[in-house]
Design a binder for this molecule. Structure first.
Ligand code: SAM
Length: 282
């Protein structure tokens, strides 16, 4: 794993026990985030023959989807810092037989990409974790051809994403106090402030920076039971419960069941994800 360089602490985090579930749970994650990937692809409109850089590609779902669209004459390079996720992504690429897709285990902020070699920079929730974001995006911009498109999905504020912040609030008195990253620190909500995102991308030399808010219905499970199981397996509540005694886990489970039951409907537990679709040009 990239244990040196500008994002070494993030490399440790994304290769630690708290985040391994991103590789293990990729099918359930993908089911939830599928509508977000569709939005991203619609906005990015990858064309046959294009060269795409997919940042923080995780277990490779976006890389595979992009590779299908650019076809055998194109190229998609996924980059991720997490060993387990990269292994899953590589297995999936082989299984899909998409020779135009490749995944690199690297810190995207430091890998020596060839200059000017991509037409599109895409990411589903993979760019909020740079410790020095302006430098990281400046580095990525140099890998792009002049005028290349950038399309990024990133979460808006935690308060607008009740599917996760509401779940944490429902168990707050049961779990240890949760650290809240500062406004300039990496994390799930590091791109919540549109002024900060503009400052980062413009500071890194990008043009035509725009943020479009999207509220995307996300199916968290067929019922509250399934949504609760997922929250216990991945995300802030699950991290807070690492090494927790069974009694505490059961108390938390009960609260989450009540929380998600309130959102149960005929289509399952559906809550909106509040995201930005960030676009720019190199
Ligand atoms: C929230 S996950 C999203 C994964 C995937 N894009 C998806 O939507 O399922 C963030 C991903 O960014 C990766 N990541 C974080 N910092 C990175 C860096 N500096 N370089 C490359 N990948 C990074 C993590 O390892 C993780 O897989």
């Amino acid at each position: 794993m990239p244990s040196e360089g500008p994002n070494a602490p993030q490399a440790a985090y994304w290769n630690g026990p708290a985040t391994r579930a991103w590789a293990r749970e990729h099918e359930r994650i993908d089911a939830r985030f599928a509508p977000i990937l569709e939005l991203l692809l619609a906005r990015a409109a990858p064309r046959p023959g294009e060269r795409v850089l997919d940042i923080g590609c995780g277990s490779g779902t976006s890389t595979l989807a992009l590779a299908e669209r650019v076809g055998p004459g194109g190229r998609v390079l996924g980059v991720d810092i997490a060993v387990d996720s990269v292994e899953v992504a590589r297995r999936r690429i082989v299984k899909a037989g998409l020779a135009q897709a490749e995944v690199l285990l690297a810190d995207a902020a430091a890998h020596p990409f060839s200059t000017g070699s991509f037409d599109l920079l895409a990411s589903r929730f993979g760019v909020m974790f740079f410790l020095q974001p302006i430098e990281a995006f400046d580095h990525l911009r140099k890998a792009l051809a002049p005028g290349a498109r950038v399309v990024l999905a990133a979460f808006r504020a935690a308060a607008e994403n009740r599917w996760t912040s509401g779940a944490v609030a429902a168990v707050r008195d049961l779990i240890p106090p949760q650290p809240t990253p500062g406004p300039e620190e990496p994390g799930q909500f590091a791109f919540a402030d549109p002024a900060r995102v503009e400052r980062i991308l413009r500071g890194a030399g990008f043009a035509e920076v725009a943020l479009a808010p999207e509220d995307v219905p996300m199916r968290l499970g067929a019922d509250a039971e399934e949504a609760t199981g997922f929250a216990m397996a991945l995300g802030q509540v699950s991290r807070a419960l690492q090494n927790a005694p069974d009694g505490l886990r059961e108390a938390v489970r009960g609260r989450l069941l009540d929380f998600y039951r309130a959102a149960e409907g005929p289509g399952g537990v559906v809550m909106p994800a509040a995201i930005w679709l960030v676009t720019a040009r190199s």
